[in-house]
Ligand binder design. Sequence first.
Ligand code: ZN
Length: 312
Amino acid sequence: MIYPWQASAWESIRRMRHSHRLHHALLFTGENGCGNEDFIHAMAAALLCSEPDAAGHACGHCRNCQVFAGQAHPDYLFVGLQEERQSILIEQIRELNHFLGLSRSYSSRRVAVISPADRMNINAANSLLKSLEEPADGTHILLLTAHPASLLPTIRSRCQLVRLPLPEHTAALAWLQTHALQHPAPALLETAHGRPLAALELDSTDMLTNRNQWFQHLLQMVQGDGNITGVSAHWEKFDKSLLLDWQLECLLGAIKREASADPVLSRLQHGIAAKNLWNMHEKLLELKQLATHPLNPRLYVESMLMLWQVRH
Ligand SMILES: [Zn+2]
């Protein structure tokens, strides 16, 4: 399946396919948390399907579709990170090269997916070049990455680029609101930086509750209702990097004059004197560099809180 914000990317591929202009190697780029893996999956299914519908989607009932749905299609290969590995290895790409050279079984095509493509190590990437340069007939290689700049330029230049977009705010919100959520959809989307599937995943965690509580504590302290020792004692065992990321986001919102929809955050943002914004930002970044060091955790949280107290 594809998501509403992917419809125009899908349509442009359908048109290319219809007019036989579809490149054999497609490099899809787009941010994580936007359903791009699902798009690639739908694309692979559509390429293998014997009778795709008018909109270019897999029919869902032909033999190819059934075998693909059963994760047993002999003309499909997925290359990803193996368990506990940080990179895609040359052996995996050799297997892919071999696979692409085999004769086809069910479908008139062979489809290989590489995701996340930026994780191919240098040997793996070099090994892929040959398949990109001299493709066997009827083969498609679909690469997906959120970090296209990390790929070898020689890989990028041999692929047709397809940008999968970050959805418009209203489209992302509308989609998110079709789900039964524990937290308010706008707050989830804001915390997930506008990425709808990441927002949905966030809903099943305590992260938003924690984030709200942190900012609530910060506001109380700034307004003189909470003491710094009590607040730092509450948060000293929490992930400090995350606390700093939340504060940095809040400050960046103020710097860009994009006040948060959340009233607590918005009050915090308005309380900072404009001349102090960058200074605070810099100080928080300095603290972040220490986030993994074994400092006294309570004092460490206190030093974040003190920045908010002297912000005028
Ligand atoms: Zn089908």
